[in-house]
Write a protein that binds this ligand. Structure first.
Ligand code: ADP
Length: 508
């Protein structure tokens, strides 16, 4: 493992560790928020209930006071209860603890010490109580103690009186403080528990991811066969692993292709280099006459040309791959192009003992890039000649109908085995027919053909059986569709009869 790989691995580990901490902190923060909100809601509800309870007690005591308090006609009052009943005496005593009784002018009829400490009588409060129908509730404080006061007026013996009755809130406040203290003391303890659980849960959730990280460390250029096992949960992680495996598959295919290409390219270049070297050595050590030198140089030149072709193919491939090849499309008659290519290969075919025939329909117009079309036809015919043994036949036809032009190149050669047919248009794909193949290629010719056909919105089909030849059919949209073909046809009536229009070739 390279040092930078180690650093990267450690970095990934610590990143996942950081993720675990972040997840745990998120859990803790979330629970802290929930606990605080729930605590505050409970406290609020408790406070409300305690207040309601105090109000109910005050209302009850108000009623009880009205039962014990008696007024005389002269406006004086007295408490009516059985003084010898300790329970009753205690109740009246309790009722009078925080107590104020006045007339409407504010003259105090009775005031407990408790009430005096709080506030004493206030005319504003008496007037306010007299002006409303319902009792008024106020909170008054003395030191750190607070009291709930119920104030109101009532009529007795033709006079109106003001009565204020107080209740200490100490018990309620203590209950509230005790709840708040206990609850918020528990929160940190609960949060420590949540942090522990969160840490474990985050570790469990991140375990497959950690395994993924470990597995990716095993992947390298020469070892792309590694595949990661799915967790089986069908979740996002499984999707990630599937995509990752697919990516590995694509990478592996590219690596195999590149490796194959390097082998092919070096082999292709090595063969002519070895030949040139041999020829030049022979010339240097054995040639005597100018003719012998000439022959050696011309054979070397032939091989140099072959090397030039290979380098050109590689250059074209890189240009195609980087999208640098711009097509110069124009309305072109394909007939002379096909004828020229067929004628070009005539000699080579003849030398191999192959019959090469061509039938072309004149004025077969298409909107194409002339140079690329020449390359396409040339690659197909070259392959047909290359893969057809002596005594075989190669036939090239060019036909058209109103919307399309059809180019077929068929041969009676060795054919292509069915299992290779889906791949022959792939880059660097070659079918190894036999170990002693006289002609080898880089496996680029058909991929260029495919690219050219597609760049012209056409299609290419192939039909072949091993040992029974191959037929390639290229279909391209015809050129100048707005101009009827009849306009062009009179220009070469004689040829037309030689090469009549035919129906589109059927490869099925
Ligand atoms: P190459 O440079 O090897 O010819 P191509 O891309 O042109 O590369 O062709 C790919 C493979 O398809 C060839 O290796 C050959 O095995 C097969 N092939 C192409 N044309 C023919 C044909 N007419 N007959 C038989 N096999 C063919």
């Amino acid at each position: 493992m390279q040092p930078n790989e180690i650093t990267e691995f450690a970095g990934t580990r610590s990143r996942l560790g950081g993720l675990r901490v972040r997840l745990t902190v998120s859990y803790v923060l979330f629970f802290a928020l929930v606990l605080i909100v729930v605590g505050l809601l409970f406290r609020r509800s408790l406070q409300f209930n305690l207040h309601q309870q105090s109000v109910a007690v005050l209302n009850e005591e108000w009623g009880a006071i009205r039962g014990y308090l008696r007024f005389n006609a002269d406006g004086t009052h007295h408490w009516s209860y059985h003084a010898d009943d300790p329970e009753e005496a205690y109740v009246v005593e309790r009722l009078r603890r925080v107590f104020l009784l006045t007339d409407l002018e504010g003259n105090v009829l009775e005031m407990s010490n408790g009430y005096r400490l709080l506030d004493g009588p206030r005319m504003s409060e008496i007037r306010e109580a007299d002006s409303v129908r319902d009792a008024i509730l106020r909170t008054k404080r003395h030191g750190d103690r607070s009291f709930l006061i119920r104030q109101g007026t009532f009529r007795d013996q033709g006079r109106t009186y003001f009565l204020a009755l107080g209740l200490s809130m100490l018990d309620s406040e203590r209950a509230l403080a005790s709840f708040t203290g206990t609850y918020f003391l528990m929160v940190p303890v609960l949060l420590i528990g949540v942090a522990g659980l969160g840490w474990l849960a985050a570790g469990r959730a991140l375990r497959p991811l950690n395994e993924l990280v470990t597995a990716t460390q095993r992947i390298s250029g020469p070892n792309l066969t590694v595949r990661l096992a799915l967790t089986g949960h069908g979740d996002e992680l499984d999707t990630l692993i599937s995509r990752f495996n697919e990516m590995l598959e694509r990478l592996e295919r590219s690596f195999v292709q590149m490796r194959q290409f390097t082998i092919n390219a070096s082999h292709e270049l090595r063969t002519p280099i070895t030949a040139i070297r041999g020829q030049l050595e022979v010339a240097l050590f054995t040639a005597r006459s100018p003719e012998e030198y000439q022959e050696a140089i011309s054979t070397a030149l032939h091989d140099v040309e072959r090397m030039g072709q290979i380098v050109k193919s590689l250059l074209l491939l890189s240009q195609v791959e980087s999208g640098q090849v711009a097509l110069e499309k124009g309305t072109v008659d394909l007939a002379p192009i096909v004828e020229a290519v067929a004628n070009h290969f005539h000699l080579a075919a003849e030398e191999k003992g192959i019959t090469l025939t061509h039938v072309v329909t004149p004025n077969t117009l298409a909107r194409v890039d002339r140079a690329q079309c020449e390359r396409m036809v040339s690659n197909l015919v070259s392959n047909a000649v290359k893969f057809t043994p002596s005594g075989g036949e190669v036939r090239v036809t060019l036909t058209r109908d109103t919307g399309h032009v059809y180019l077929t190149v068929s041969d009676t050669g060795q054919g292509i085995p069915a299992e290779h047919l889906p791949h022959i248009f792939d880059r660097f794909y070659r079918v190894v027919h036999s170990e002693r193949e006289p002609e080898r290629g880089l496996g680029l010719g058909l991929s260029f053909v495919d690219w050219i056909v597609k760049a012209h919105d056409g299609t290419i089909e192939v039909k072949s059986e091993e040992g029974r030849g191959a037929t390639f059919l290229v279909t391209l949209p015809s050129g100048s569709p707005t101009v009827p073909f009849a306009v062009f046809q009179p220009a070469a009536p004689a040829c037309e009869s030689d090469a009549p229009q035919v129906a589109p070739p059927d490869l099925s």
